[in-house]
Design a protein around this ligand. Structure first.
Ligand code: FAD
Ligand code: SF4
Length: 474
């Protein structure tokens, strides 16, 4: 029997969406989800599961969709994933479950387009669960209700760990240094990819379970870990994230109008800079914006910059400059496609060498060298090798650097007994996720370095179990 074509997901047209921050991908309706689910071969050996960082029983939830058992499908997802509506929107499935799917061409860096759209099916079921107020079973354990646990950081790791603990009857307080919760889901990923009502719904559900949320509170500054223990917390979870941007280290990088992607996205997503002067935080929008990098952060920054140009009626261009080719770009394939459709330019095999400023120290151009691909490096990707004599300049009045993120060290720097590695990441026991300090656990980007939402949640879930085991021994 011939395998049917994948069901294309509905999206807002590129010209319409590039002038606002509304959600781009509209998702599957029931008929589309049923058709896509029916394409799954229900393999005897469902290898897709090995590609999922949290081991969701993908075959089972897809089968349940075919049976219109959406509640069952939701509960199957929730066994391993606390936030299917979020992951269904942001998971890089083409590098994970879809890449492992039997339908995918082997040996390619990401899944072929014909593989089952597991993430869109997950989103369909997750959204069905939200609309119908479905929830995973609460497993309150009377032996745990006397304990209170502090969760530091409200990104996917902190949210997931809080939910897991509250579900077991533990009193949870979540501390967040920013004025709003959600971590990268709110300050990094723009609303056209991660609608805020979905995030708010998940955070409200935690509040309903009794999780206390304290914003504007830097643990390590307002309170040390010892002080939290002294205040009666029996365990602490650290979901501090990787919020410190890397830079290129080239001349001119500190000129005006050169932002890290983190700063640029935070100003827009969290501080409403696009509404300046009504909002307090400005952001400068150039005519020739260059975004340097090839990951999700670079795509988000470029698509936000392009929207700001268009919404302000600036006749302009936004270009992504990347030192390898599109094949090696780590961003989700869908985001690359969307960025291109919306009008972002791509300039591949470019190495930035220097920024040049005007008399007021505002960046005005970028000196670069063309590259070609050489042998694979430690990451397995082919290395960019500069071509002698290929130097050139490009106009650039705003540059956004999106070349990686490092461990957030607000807390680790002031806690010498917390062991970190050479990258500043917190070292943990991989099974329990306990750190070098007894009763302190960690997960998410602060442990593995810059990763994905589902990986952060997977670690947080393991840590929550580690905390429960620790509490039960007390
Ligand atoms: P974070 O989300 O970084 O949250 C950490 C939180 O801890 C922050 O809110 C921070 O303010 C708070 N904090 C830190 N220190 C303290 C302290 N001392 N006291 C109190 N609070 C503190 N992944 C995907 O899977 N798909 C995507 O499409 C995707 N797109 C991305 C786009 C961007 C722009 C970025 C930056 C990342 C993206 N990622 C994506 C990666 C993903 O968002 C991260 O892997 C994930 O958010 C990590 O979760 P976390 O909870 O560990 O950290
Ligand atoms: Fe098989 Fe792919 Fe379906 Fe998994 S998603 S059961 S690997 S066809």
């Amino acid at each position: 029997m011939a395998i049917k074509e994948p069901v294309k997901v509905r999206e807002v047209a590129a010209l319409t969406r590039a002038v606002n921050f509304e959600e781009v991908v509209l998702g599957y309706n029931e008929a589309e989800a049923l058709t896509e689910a029916a394409r799954c071969l229900q393999c005897k050996n469902p290898v897709c599961i090995s590609g999922c960082p949290v081991g969701i029983d993908i075959k089972k939830f897809i089968y349940q969709i075919t049976q219109k058992d959406y509640k069952g499908a939701y509960l199957t997802l929730r066994e391993r994933n606390n936030f299917p509506s979020i992951c269904g929107r942001v998971c890089p499935a083409e590098y994970q479950c879809r890449k492992a799917c039997v339908m995918s061409k082997k040996g390619h860096p990401y899944a072929s387009a014909n593989t089952i759209n597991v993430h869109f099916l997950e989103r369909f079921v997750g959204d069905h669960g939200m609309k119908n107020a479905l929830d995973a079973p609460v497993m309150k354990d009377p032996k745990l209700s006397k304990f209170k646990v502090a969760v530091v950081g409200s990104g996917p790791a902190g949210l997931c760990c809080s939910g897991e603990l509250a579900r077991r009857g533990i009193k949870v307080t979540m501390f967040e240094s920013l004025h709003k919760t959600g971590g990268v889901l709110r300050y990094g990923i723009p609303p056209f990819r991660m609608p805020r009502d979905i995030l708010d719904f998940e955070i409200d559900s935690l509040k309903k379970m009794g999780v206390d949320i304290i914003p504007n509170f830097i643990v390590g500054n307002a309170r040390s870990l010892e002080e939290l223990f002294a205040e009666g917390y029996s365990a602490i979870f650290l979901g501090l994230g990787a919020g410190i941007p890397s830079f290129l280290g080239i001349p001119g990088e500190n000129l005006c109008n050169i932002y890290s992607a983190n700063e640029f996205l935070t100003r827009v997503n969290l501080m409403s800079a696009y509404k300046f002067p009504q909002s307090h935080t400005p952001v400068n929008i150039g005519k020739h914006i260059v975004v340097i990098g090839g990951g999700n952060t670079a795509m988000d920054a470029a698509r936000v910059a392009l929207r700001l140009q268009k919404m302000n009626g600036i006749q302009a261009d936004t270009t992504i400059a990347y030192r390898r080719t599109e094949v090696e770009m780590p961003a989700r394939r869908l985001e690359i496609e969307h960025a291109r459709e919306e009008g972002v330019n791509f300039d591949m095999l470019v190495r930035p060498d220097e920024f040049v400023g005007d008399e007021n120290a505002f960046v005005k151009k970028m000196k670069c060298t063309r590259c070609e691909l050489g042998e694979p490096d430690a990451s397995g990707r082919r290395k960019p090798v500069p071509i002698p004599g290929s130097e050139f300049e490009r106009e650039c009045d705003v540059a956004i650097i999106a070349v990686g993120l490092n461990a957030n060290q607000l807390l680790t720097k002031v806690t010498p007994s917390l062991t970190t590695d050479k990258y500043g990441d917190v070292v943990v026991n991989k099974e329990t996720m306990e750190t070098s300090i007894k009763g302190v656990f960690a997960g998410g980007d602060i442990v593995g370095g810059e990763g994905t939402v589902i990986e952060a949640m997977g670690m947080a879930k393991r840590a929550a179990q580690g905390i429960v085991d620790h509490l039960l021994k007390q």
